[in-house]
Design a protein. Structure first.
Ligand code: MG
Length: 374
């Protein structure tokens, strides 16, 4: 039995040199809540979550002020029980958002700690479905100031040339005609056999405004349309799914197994996209994935390929890792010391224990400051 000795959270602030725009928001800074848990047998587990722009301190305070005092002295293997205790402790102020992200980071650190203690990579500790590699799709296609349609086409074409059979780009950020042109050019460049995913980042507020775009996209056979509406607007997701042959995918900012069940019950999504740093950690991600399996639905987790490679490799109904090689826009890669290898549209699994990476000391010095233990 390993007793938890310390639980600490740290704020890492990683600015974007050029702000990036989605259909609905602009990101100029990425703040990460980094969690470090030590056990009395000398092992260290790490976890993390993300908060856009300047809200990371909410997560850090939740871990340090609310969760850490409860965890010290507990058994690190009591992961399910700890999850339930922390969820119950914060029921009035939690259940989603910052508190659930903080709980996610702690839960990930516990799984990492226990897998390292067992000397196993996380995907094997969880019970592997794959042992050497998992499929990934090439993700990007952001709106950036000065980025032309030619630049977008080249970005998508590069994924295909590297061996990816699926790529994703943003939509909903310009006019319907402007977006149709972007989708048309990308489809022409990648050919008919590559899956083309479209991510609207909650762009539309009702069915008519969504259909203005969707009808223009249909001739180019997108594989899915992602987050067409606010996550709370489940009924419109279901209505859209009735109106278009394009599959609706969503879930990247949802938390808790119950909301995902509601999406499935209402026919609002054909693909679920839980994010383990958002939805309640690895413990809750596995419940969501199991729920989806019982509905015959696949899971394609959102972002953070360094973490989700393990969760896709350990779930039979997980389909793709979202691979974001660019370290400018999703800059978590700058904080860690090992990068995943990709080959022929797959991410290679390693035998390094736990998550298979640690936080990079030089990056911590730069982005956290001198507070992180060396
Ligand atoms: Mg998305």
């Amino acid at each position: 039995m390993a007793k938890i000795s310390t639980v600490e959270a740290f704020l890492a602030r990683v600015p974007l040199e050029r702000p990036v725009t989605f259909s609905t928001r602009t990101v100029y800074m990425r703040e990460y809540c980094l969690v470090r848990i030590t056990s009395d047998d000398g092992h260290v587990g790490i976890g993390f979550s993300y908060a856009v722009n300047n809200s990371g301190s909410l997560l850090v305070a939740t871990v340090n002020d609310i969760f850490a005092p409860r965890l010290t002295g507990d058994d690190s293997l009591r992961v399910e029980g700890i999850w339930h205790d922390l969820y119950q402790e914060t029921l009035l102020i939690g259940r989603a958002g910052a508190v659930m992200r903080a709980l996610s980071a702690v839960d990930i650190a516990l799984w990492d700690l226990n897998a390292r203690d067992a000397g196993l990579p996380l995907y094997k500790y969880l019970g592997a479905a794959a042992l050497d590699r998992v499929p990934a799709y090439g993700s990007g296609g952001y709106y950036l100031a000065g980025k032309s349609n030619d630049d977008l086409v080249e970005e998508m074409r590069a994924f295909v040339e590297a061996g990816y059979d699926a790529v994703k780009m943003k939509v909903g950020g310009v006019s319907p005609a402007g977006d149709e042109e972007r989708v048309r050019l990308v489809r022409e460049a990648i050919g008919p056999d590559v899956r083309l995913m479209l991510d609207a980042n909650n762009a539309w507020r009702d069915l008519p405004s969504a259909m203005e775009y969707i009808e223009r996209f249909e001739p180019y056979h997108p594989y899915w349309i992602e987050e067409p509406f606010l996550p709370d607007d489940i009924d419109n997701h279901a209505a859209l799914a009735q109106r278009t042959p394009i599959m609706v995918a969503t879930g990247e900012v949802e938390a808790g197994r119950w909301r995902f069940k509601e999406l499935l019950d209402k026919g609002a999504a054909a693909i679920l996209q839980p994010d383990a740093i958002v939805c309640g950690g690895i413990t809750e991600f596995r419940k969501i994935t199991a729920t989806a399996a019982s509905y015959g639905v696949g899971v394609a987790p959102h972002a953070w390929h360094d973490l989700h490679v393990h969760l896709v490799a350990s779930a039979e109904n997980a389909t793709y890792v979202e691979f974001m090689p660019d370290d400018h826009i999703v800059n978590f890669r700058r904080l860690i010391d090992v990068q995943l290898e990709d080959r022929d549209g797959h991410l290679l699994l390693s035998d390094r224990p736990g998550l298979g990476f640690s936080f990079d000391p030089a990056a911590l010095e730069q982005y956290v400051g001198p507070h992180y233990p060396q």
